[in-house]
Design a protein around this ligand. Structure first.
Ligand code: URA
Length: 287
């Protein structure tokens, strides 16, 4: 039997479903309606003092006891996979649309000019992930276009590739003020979009540029010296990936760090050579 839901509850549920969609979760399974004991009977005295439990209870009861089929507000409930398998361009556009004029974290009100989504080949074998846009990127709307970007372009060329052949994105898509390191909540809010980008592009290799990218992608807190020099198996969390078995992930120094300490370029080159070997790439002019 269907129980009509009131509008505020329908909207709240639709909002929750939209949130899951943004994380790349599309499928929802309806449980058979259960008989709930009255809240007073199941709540302990301790629970009564916890507003988060009090808020959850009515929504859970109504949702479980209801079949929702053709309400407009629930369009979003229909399983709607990323169109990634067929068309990565459309899928990336969808992710960009879902981002919208994002206000999900505080970076939106800290001076960003625009969202810097990502750029490059939607079917790239190689993807670079940086930290977050700087002033030049914020002005131009494209990642790695400033001085660090010039160095990244040279690194890409040295690998025997052109910038257009790879995909470049950042952990956060809005410029942190004064180029500060993006904070944990900002990275956590933004990373579902990066995960979806990765799941659409399905690169063979991801290169994490610097510690912020490495730690966010790998969820490991270790110094760069320990993170570099090996491949990790990487599968983006919480997204559908179809037949794709995931990427190899390598960590190297951030180009901005290499501009400050050019002596480390040799070490970065070793990391890139490891990637080149895996992808069967040869430096230009090596025959
Ligand atoms: N540094 C980053 O991490 N990303 C950019 O896009 C530019 C500089």
């Amino acid at each position: 039997m269907s129980v009509p839901l009131d509008l505020p509850l329908r909207r709240a549920l639709a909002e929750r479903v939209r949130f899951y969609r943004e994380l790349g979760i599309y499928d929802f399974y309806s449980r058979e309606p259960q008989t709930f004991k009255p809240a007073e009977a199941v709540d302990t005295a301790e629970d009564q003092d916890r507003p988060e439990l009090r808020e959850e209870m009515p929504a859970r009861k109504s949702a479980a006891a209801s079949r929702v089929e053709d309400e407009n507000v629930f369009q979003v409930l229909r399983p709607e996979p990323e169109p990634s398998i067929m068309d990565p361009v459309a899928a990336l556009n969808r992710i960009r649309e879902d981002l919208g004029d994002c206000t999900r974290c505080k970076l939106h009100k800290q001076g960003r000019k625009q969202i810097v989504f990502g750029v490059g080949n939607p079917k790239a074998d190689l993807m670079f992930v940086g930290e977050g846009p700087g002033a030049d990127e914020d002005a131009q709307g494209e990642p790695f276009v400033g001085r660090a970007g010039q160095l990244l372009n040279n690194m890409i060329k040295a690998m025997g590739l052109r910038r257009e052949q790879v995909y470049i994105a950042n952990v956060v898509k809005c410029r942190p003020p004064g180029n500060r390191t993006p904070e944990r909540d900002e990275c956590e809010t933004c990373s579902p979009f990066l995960m979806r980008q990765i799941a659409v592009i399905k690169p063979k290799v991801i290169v994490a540029l610097g510690a912020v990218a490495a730690k966010n992608l790998l969820a490991i807190n270790a110094p760069m010296a320990e993170l570099r020099g090996r491949f990790y198996d990487f599968m983006p969390s919480g997204v559908r990936s179809g037949e794709w078995q995931g990427a190899k992930l390598a960590v190297t120094y951030h180009p901005a760090f290499l501009l400050r300490d050019p002596r480390q370029k040799g070490e970065a080159w070793k990391d890139l050579q490891m990637v080149m070997k895996y992808l069967g790439l040869k430096p230009p002019g090596s025959g």
